[in-house]
Design a protein around this ligand. Structure first.
Ligand code: PLP
Length: 443
């Protein structure tokens, strides 16, 4: 029975009720089967119902689920922090601050960056720069850093005016340049913004290595983040990588930023860390950032009641072990390149597929007015049409944004990293059927 008083994202829409889910499939209470082509919200990276994760959950729940982080630490949380450091850090040592959602992870990153400069006696450095076409979360601090017009517009009076820099949007380059002759013109805008605002006011620059919800897997060209990192270092600004969507194998590397030769000072993780089995996220802080805080006030001024609860930590630890044991990072790269090829074939059949992009199993499709490169007008609500038609046809895809963030339509295809090659055909043929249906009823 559908709970009548539950607030759902769209109050006037009917949502099917989920019955159970296994692997890449989700089943509703009417017995309808869906291929999870986007891991929910690019979250269920291992697929559904993995016995090893459920076992780890039971085992930890039998020991202890919750202790307050100001009173106890736990073996599960300590081991998770150690494992994250081993798997992500490389030569850099990272200190882990556990939270419960991606928004909390980016907002904590923002606060730690500001606190870092305060502890170093630079109290004026409290702005965060970010890019237009970005999404860092829904809480007010995280939304302040986000260049996602639709999600911001209602709350603009409450937000800090942070986003400043154009995204690396090669498909619609605002300077009408092409890479490599562009020489990363869009990255240079970061330097211009820093000079305009004054580095003495700026704590950090935050970026999603590959832009998700606001850019349908917008992928910067080679050399882009090396350029960004050099600018940040030159002006003494911390670099925060928001790896909430891209982290932990999704893009075919352990971290999204690993596709470039660049390192972040602070990393935000979420989604794939709990892989949908539990709410957990993390802010990873490099040694040189935590050091002045440890030697200064000695307190990180952030945290939530459920931060670092042992149950979620044990689940995340089991998720990391599963990723390694099943070579999911490599698998995302290999299977992702097959999926990319298949989506490019679809592009030949539909004159309104403008761009296919992304890396690993985080792929974006941007739609255009047929036979043109013109953005889909907002009034067509085209993203919504695609998502709804695909779901009716038994395929889940993730709505994204493209174009200028208002006009423009796009989706993300991001199945669980455990998807088998044979299942890719099933996914793509369901998508193609949905596209044929949409074409017949074109706005
Ligand atoms: N950062 C990125 C890159 C995201 O994609 C999201 C969510 O889509 C968030 C932050 C916010 O995460 P959450 O929805 O878990 O708060």
């Amino acid at each position: 029975m559908v709970p009548t008083y539950l607030i759902k994202p769209h109050l006037q829409r009917h949502y099917p009720t989920v019955q159970y889910a296994k692997g890449i499939y989700v089943y509703d209470t009417n017995g309808k089967k869906y291929v999870d082509g986007c891991s929910g919200a690019v979250t269920a990276n291992l697929g559904h119902g993995v016995p090893e994760i459920i076992e780890a959950m039971k085992e930890q729940a039998n020991k202890v689920s919750f202790v307050y982080r100001s009173q106890f630490t736990s073996e599960a949380a300590e081991k998770l922090a150690e494992t994250l450091n081993e798997r992500i850090g490389g030569e850099t040592r990272y200190w882990t601050f556990l939270v419960n959602s991606g928004s909390e992870a980016t907002e904590t990153a923002m606060k730690i960056a500001i606190q870092y400069w305060q502890e170093k006696g630079k109290k004026g450095k409290n702005k965060i720069l970010s890019r237009w076409l970005s999404y860092h979360g829904i809480t007010l601090g995280a939304l302040s850093m986000s260049g996602h017009t639709a999600r911001r517009e209602r709350f603009v009076p409450l937000l800090e005016d942070f986003p400043n820099v154009p995204p690396p949007y090669c498909y619609r380059c605002p300077y009408q340049l092409t890479w490599p002759s562009c020489q990363w013109r869009c990255a240079d805008e970061l330097e211009e913004a820093i000079i305009r605002i004054g580095a003495e006011h700026i704590a950090a620059f935050i970026a999603e290595p590959i832009i998700g919800a606001a850019g349908a897997a917008l992928t910067p060209p080679e050399g882009y983040y090396e350029h960004i990192q050099a600018i940040c270092r030159r002006h003494e600004i911390l670099f925060i990588a928001d790896e909430v969507m891209t982290g932990l194998g999704r893009t075919g590397k352990m971290m999204g930023l690993d596709h470039w030769q660049a390192k972040a000072d602070i990393i935000a993780l979420g989604k794939g860390l709990g892989a949908g089995y539990t709410p957990i996220a993390a802010t990873l802080v490099s040694e040189h950032v935590i050091e002045p805080i440890r030697n200064g006030s000695g307190v990180v001024m952030s945290g939530h009641t459920l931060s670092a609860n042992p149950l979620s930590a044990a689940v995340a630890l089991a998720v990391l072990q599963y990723i390694d044991q099943h070579r999911l990072v490599q698998k995302a790269e290999e299977i992702g390149s097959d999926l990319f090829t298949k989506l490019c074939r679809l592009q030949q059949k539909f004159s309104w597929i403008g761009d296919i992009r992304g890396k690993g199993l985080m792929l974006g499709i941007e739609f255009t007015v047929p036979d043109t490169k013109t953005m889909m007008p907002n009034k067509w609500a085209f993203t919504d049409i695609v998502v709804t038609k695909a779901q009716e046809n038994g395929l889940l895809v993730y709505p994204s944004a493209a174009g200028n963030g208002k006009d423009g339509a796009a989706i993300i295809i991001a199945p669980p990293l455990t998807i088998e090659r044979a299942q890719l055909d099933e996914l793509v043929s369901l998508l193609e059927e949905a596209f044929h249906h949409i074409e017949k009823h074109f706005p």
